[in-house]
Design a protein. Structure first.
Length: 353
């Protein structure tokens, strides 16, 4: 992604998404922060997501990026698969140690489901009123009824300023994380979905399945039109045999929805790390860029079609002049015309003979 200069009237967009690692100067905690605004916006645009869909996938994409930092392997690949009972059915994220990430929802909401969610929770839109103080007691600006008021009501158990995604994700299901370190080193673990808020469930996974005392919080802030305004996340862990008291304190702070409140303004990774450590000193271990990228391409599309077998591919070629294959992860569409399909079928038959 280019580093284009798009400043308007003194407004500077965040340059690129980045991930930054830090260690608290007293060596009690390791902290990783990620600013993922651009990649979440790109995923949202590619998949045509709206409201709560953006927040759910955005939290998962951000968490995926943070989860690639648990080892020092640059080739580490983390796959998150959430299967759940809600209308979204879950999501998939595939993040790599080189900073690339891709992901998709299992299912999109219909317009009716979207409207029902707005009516029930107001969570299909972003936090109402950018100037709200962050209190959940109905201080959001704007109309006192409708989505804004419903949102304030729905936040009571979630934290001020934080959109509840559980009604769309569902509160029953499984989160499976597969960690691929290359050279056949693979680790897979899973936990039951407990909250349906995505980041909370992945935090539960880290603590329960990988037994790493961790605090994980990821947030996506939408503007009034439902576009991504900011997205970021934070992963904080103790070192082996470390004291978890500080971590518990941080968990308390984040449980109150304070990351969402913090993101009412543009924040750098350094500011997010500073916030997590209550302003205490940390050693900056450096930053690396993050971006949405999918490894698909025309050849991958051909491979997918070839799994149908020669006879079915020939039937497709007879039925329609062009067959489209859509990549689930990034929404890219690859078109194969009848001639290409027949050539592929012939190749498969030759391979078998
Ligand atoms: Zn793709």
């Amino acid at each position: 992604m280019s580093h284009e200069d798009t400043r308007v009237d003194g407004w500077y967009p965040p340059p690129v998404d980045e991930l930054r690692r830090a260690i608290k100067t007293d060596f009690s905690l390791r902290v990783v922060a990620a600013v993922t605004t651009r990649l979440v916006a790109e995923a949202s645009e590619r998949h045509g997501l709206r409201g709560v869909e953006v927040v759910a996938l955005g939290r998962a994409l951000t968490a995926g990026c943070l989860l690639t930092t648990l080892t020092k392997h640059a080739s580490e690949r983390v796959r998150v698969e959430l299967r759940s009972s809600g209308p979204l059915r879950g999501l998939l994220v595939d993040a790599r140690g080189d900073g690339s990430v891709r992901g998709c929802l299992q299912r999109h909401l219909s317009s009716d489901e979207h409207a029902q969610l707005v009516a029930r929770t107001g969570s299909a839109s972003g936090p109402a009123g950018g100037s709200a103080s962050g209190s959940a007691s109905g201080s959001a600006s704007g109309s006192a009824s409708g989505p804004a008021a419903a949102l304030a009501g729905s936040l009571a158990g979630v934290g001020a300023g934080r959109v509840a995604v559980a009604p769309a994700v569902g509160q029953h299901g499984t989160v499976t994380v597969t960690r691929d370190l290359g050279l056949d080193q693979r680790y897979q673990g899973s936990v039951e979905v407990a909250s349906g808020e995505v980041d909370v469930d992945l935090e539960h996974y880290l603590n329960a399945s990988e037994q790493l005392p961790s605090v994980l919080a990821c947030e996506v802030i939408l503007d009034r039109e439902g576009k991504v305004l900011r997205a970021a996340g934070l992963l904080c862990q103790t070192f082996p045999d470390g004291d978890t008291a500080e971590l518990e304190q941080l968990r308390g702070v984040l449980a109150a929805g304070n990351l969402a409140d913090l993101l009412r303004h543009d924040r750098s990774c350094r500011e997010i790390i500073g916030f997590s450590l209550g302003g205490e000193a940390f050693d900056d271990m450096g930053a690396s860029p993050l971006y949405f990228r999918c490894g698909c391409g025309p050849e991958r599309a051909r491979q997918i079609v070839s799994t149908l077998g020669a006879a079915d591919i020939e039937a497709l070629a007879d039925e329609q002049p062009q067959t489209e294959v859509r990549c689930e992860y990034c929404g890219a569409v690859y078109a194969l015309d009848s001639a290409a399909l027949r050539a592929l079928a012939a190749e498969i038959r030759r391979g078998r003979s």
